[in-house]
Ligand binder design. Structure first.
Ligand code: ZN
Length: 163
């Protein structure tokens, strides 16, 4: 069976940067199961897997634009200290990633880059912004998604959601 829309796909993968450092991994013992074609994965990643079948190995390289974007200096901003008034003091340190909210209440992770008297400078760029993503993917299983999985928008069982 080939990978196409609404298939439940189980993969193992290794994600490296251009220098070969491993950034993320799903092993054959702890694979990742996802629903193909519903926007769970990066579009260029899904495109590379389209039409593949069990045992296939694909090595897509995604540009930052196809991955998590390019760094934007506007995404680094100074926030008033009052915003952090209720944060435990021990988490207020440079390098810490905090889960903030945007004006619509959506969660956005930001990393503290500087703490001054004026406020806290935070970087809301994705940690993998500007990084070319070098994947090595092996297809372990391809099957039709169940109606329940399609309704939930995710795969059940090994590597997927456990209800
Ligand atoms: Zn579910």
């Amino acid at each position: 069976m080939k990978i196409s829309g609404n298939k439940a796909v189980t993969i193992s993968y290794t994600l490296r940067n251009a220098g070969g450092d491993i950034l993320d991994q799903a092993t054959t013992e702890q694979p990742l199961a996802y629903l193909h074609g519903v926007g769970m994965m990066l579009p260029a990643f899904e495109a590379a897997l389209e039409g593949k079948t069990v045992g296939d190995i694909v090595k897509p390289v995604l540009s930052p634009e196809q991955g998590y974007g390019v760094r934007e200096e506007q995404a680094v901003m100074m926030l008033e200290k009052e915003i952090f008034a209720e944060a435990p003091p021990e988490i207020m340190e440079v390098g810490r990633t905090l889960h903030m909210q945007d004006q619509n209440g959506n969660p956005v992770p930001g990393t503290i880059v500087e703490i001054t008297n004026e406020g806290v400078r935070m970087d809301f760029n994705h940690p993998l912004a500007d990084v070319a993503l070098h994947f090595e993917v092996m297809v372990l299983e391809v099957r039709d998604a169940t109606p329940e999985e399609l309704e939930h928008g995710h795969v059940h069982g090994v590597g997927g959601h456990q209800h």
